[in-house]
Design a protein around this ligand. Sequence first.
Ligand SMILES: NC(=O)c1ccc[n+]([C@@H]2O[C@H](COP(=O)([O-])OP(=O)(O)OC[C@H]3O[C@@H](n4cnc5c(N)ncnc54)[C@H](O)[C@@H]3O)[C@@H](O)[C@H]2O)c1
Length: 254
Amino acid sequence: MRLKDKVVFITGAGGGMGREAAIRFAAEGAKIIANDIRGDAVEETVEVIKGKGGEAIAVPGDVAREADVKKAIEIGEGTFGKIDVLYNNAGIMPDEDASVLDMDEAIWDRVFAVNVKGVAFCCKYGIPALIRAGGGSVINVASFVALMGCTVPQDAYTASKGAVIALTRSLAVQFGRKGVRVNAISPGPILTPLLEKLFTDPEKRALRLNRIPLGRFGKPMDVVNVALFLASDESGWINGANIVVDGGITVYYF
Ligand SMILES: NC(=O)c1ccc[n+]([C@@H]2O[C@H](COP(=O)([O-])OP(=O)(O)OC[C@H]3O[C@@H](n4cnc5c(N)ncnc54)[C@H](O)[C@@H]3O)[C@@H](O)[C@H]2O)c1
């Protein structure tokens, strides 16, 4: 078991990649502290884990609200006695996100509140818990869109994920000496509910598929397996990295 005796805090664990990660990590021996803004959904994740003989608790809350994050970390650490891994997975991509020219201030505020402040709050309360545990691993989920331009802009989302990568590097340097590694994963298009809503239009789907050298969209497990590696001691000397999991999109010129 690659995560035996580890306690993992995962945000956005009520669906998509967060739920798959929570279930997979639990199967590798981790105790899971599962957060999501959707209380019912995260309870469901916990029930799935328990049904398979694993250990997990639900700590519902909004990562954009500092008080929610503080409480979730306190409950999680109190229940299992420590936290070894902080997996900052929760993120949003609202339909209204478009070009800077067309967007209302409210969209910028909400996207940055969840995608950037959410990660910062989880680090504010989670990193001290990791230090109390003697060290640990932080995994921040960014996106390939932070690394290249796109003719179909989602400027708030793109800028927010760029901020996540920059914050990852800063934290990796600040907390390395305390035994805390901080890395980012930048997934390409992964077939989860977040993306499937974009693909109801077959033309949009084909346009994107054509840009993927491996010829298929990503699956949640493509990302979760990298996160599993970063959570485990196998990645003990990886710090400040941004691991791109995109089927080769970001190296594709023609
Ligand atoms: N799916 C993709 O193609 C893709 C690509 C690159 C990056 N990502 C990133 O991967 C991460 C997971 O994405 P996904 O595709 O699994 O998304 P998803 O929408 O399927 O799941 C995200 C989960 O986060 C929860 N959530 C949303 N706002 C929250 C909040 N304020 N507080 C707590 N929980 C909240 C949702 O309820 C949901 O369960 C996100 O950060 C996303 O930006 C996704």
